[in-house]
Design a protein around this ligand. Structure first.
Ligand SMILES: [Cu+2]
Length: 168
């Protein structure tokens, strides 16, 4: 009984955290394929002249086999790529890595300052509230199209790597 009630307490606490008004359509914020669960899906809004945009999410591998995100596609831009940002001598740099590994039983985080999906040559700016499909290709689990919703980055700076790390 004690175990049950503490589990309930956690469940209730999670509901309180998750159920904010802006996330009423929370069912769209999650997607699954095979043993993979995709959550925390979002894209950053872009200023009008911007030609690049970025999308982020988490991948949880509930299976017993490693998997890898090996491809992405969208109709948003000329090119959609898998990138990784990292801090090098105090400067945020990013490179095209083309894949993100999701080891068995682990999570992969695509987030500002780390792995992200990059839209190169945007046809239109990404505005707050915009929703668009993004197709993910996994080595083992296959193809999955997720819906990405655009929101503004919270006021912690994108380039502030130290703060990002602390938040984890
Ligand atoms: Cu990038």
């Amino acid at each position: 009984m004690k175990k049950f009630s503490s589990a309930m307490a956690i469940a209730v606490a999670l509901l309180i955290v998750i159920k904010t008004p802006s996330q009423a359509h929370s069912h769209k914020k999650m997607a699954a394929v095979g043993d993979l669960l995709i959550t925390e899906i979002w894209a950053r809004t872009t200023p009008k002249p911007a030609k690049t945009g970025a999308a982020f999410f988490m991948i949880k591998n509930n299976g017993k086999t490693d998997d890898t995100l090996i491809g992405v596609s969208s109709k948003l831009a000329k090119k959609t790529e898998i990138h990784q940002s990292s801090m090098e001598k105090g400067i945020m740099k990013m490179r095209h890595v083309g894949k993100v590994s999701v080891p068995a039983g682990e999570m992969a985080f695509l987030k500002p300052g780390s792995f992200h999906i990059m839209f190169m040559g945007l046809y239109n700016p990404i505005n707050k509230g915009d929703e668009f499909p993004l197709t993910l290709i996994f080595k083992k689990s296959g193809t999955l199209t997720i819906m990405v919703k655009a929101k503004e980055l919270m006021d912690k700076g994108t380039m502030d790597h130290s703060k990002m790390k602390k938040a984890e």
